[in-house]
Design a protein around this ligand. Structure first.
Ligand code: ADP
Ligand code: MG
Length: 250
């Protein structure tokens, strides 16, 4: 008997009033995949993430995680099952030091359950996780309040918070946006390492060059619909994709 895919999305739909933000999108994801989701602004990428993670309720379709129907479950329950996401717009607690922001996921029921009640020193775990995503151990950045950190560190913090949840599936919504080429180049190996550790990842990205290097598969959305899926080469050769991208140029 073959195992169920890690994630199975079937005819997923979301209408906001008259706007069909996501329109019968279907795709599957197996363990270890890195699926890149691309598409012009407003094509439904973030809404797709919000639907999978329970932040908005579906108006149609299904989301199955390891065969279990999780459609429109509350976000905290979905996190508990092993799906963590980062936000396109970062929302740290600005008044707290970076490492204290890590306490939120580190005190979550999922981490508690995985730790079997034995936490150890969570401040130390927080600092280790921040180091893993590029907060230099000696530079004291982890102790600074989030409000003074540049975007690059806030994005790294966002990634560390997701890693802290020890998810099986990570969904990264425009992690690279607002970052310099050098910053992106330094985060790519962190994502490659997560894949080697067996994580499954969905990345929403506009930085196609970097995405194409690490993605195992791409899916393209336009006006809420899936218009292509396949390798980077396959999707970029699609006439519909070319049209969607040219049409979106301002
Ligand atoms: P993307 O992430 O691809 O840029 P979004 O998923 O954010 O696109 O948006 C898709 C469409 O849904 C857009 O037309 C957007 O204006 C609309 N939309 C997204 N969120 C909401 C919301 N909460 N209320 C109303 N419309 C929304
Ligand atoms: Mg978006």
């Amino acid at each position: 008997m073959s195992e169920a895919p890690l994630l199975s999305v079937r005819d997923l739909s979301k209408a906001f009033g008259g706007v069909q933000a996501v329109n019968r999108v279907s795709f599957e994801l197996n363990k270890g995949d890195l699926l890149g989701i691309i598409g012009p602004n407003g094509s439904g990428k973030t809404t797709t993430v919000n639907l999978i993670t329970g932040f908005v309720k579906a108006t149609g379709g299904r989301v199955l995680f390891k065969g279990q129907d999780i459609t429109s479950w509350a976000p905290y329950k979905i996190v508990r099952l092993g799906i963590a996401r980062t936000f396109q717009m970062v929302k740290p607690f600005y008044q707290l030091p970076a490492f204290k922001n890590m306490i939120i996921p580190l005190y979550s029921p999922r981490v508690k359950a995985l730790a079997g009640g034995k936490y150890g020193d969570r401040n130390a775990v927080a600092l280790d996780l921040l180091e893993e995503v590029g907060f230099e151990r000696d530079a004291q950045v982890a102790y600074k309040v989030a409000s003074v950190l540049p975007q690059g560190y806030l994005k790294r913090l966002e990634l560390a918070k997701a890693i802290a949840l020890q998810p099986e599936l990570m969904i990264l919504d425009e992690l690279f946006s607002g970052l310099s080429l050098a910053e992106v180049a330094s985060i790519v190996p962190i994502i490659e390492k997560l894949l080697l550790e067996g994580k499954t990842i969905i990345m929403i990205e506009h930085r196609l060059k970097e995405l194409f290097r690490i993605a195992s598969r791409l899916m393209v959305l336009n006006y809420g619909r899936k218009i292509a899926e396949g390798s980077a080469k396959e999707v970029m050769e699609s006439d519909e994709v070319k049209k969607a991208y040219l049409g979106s140029e301002e």
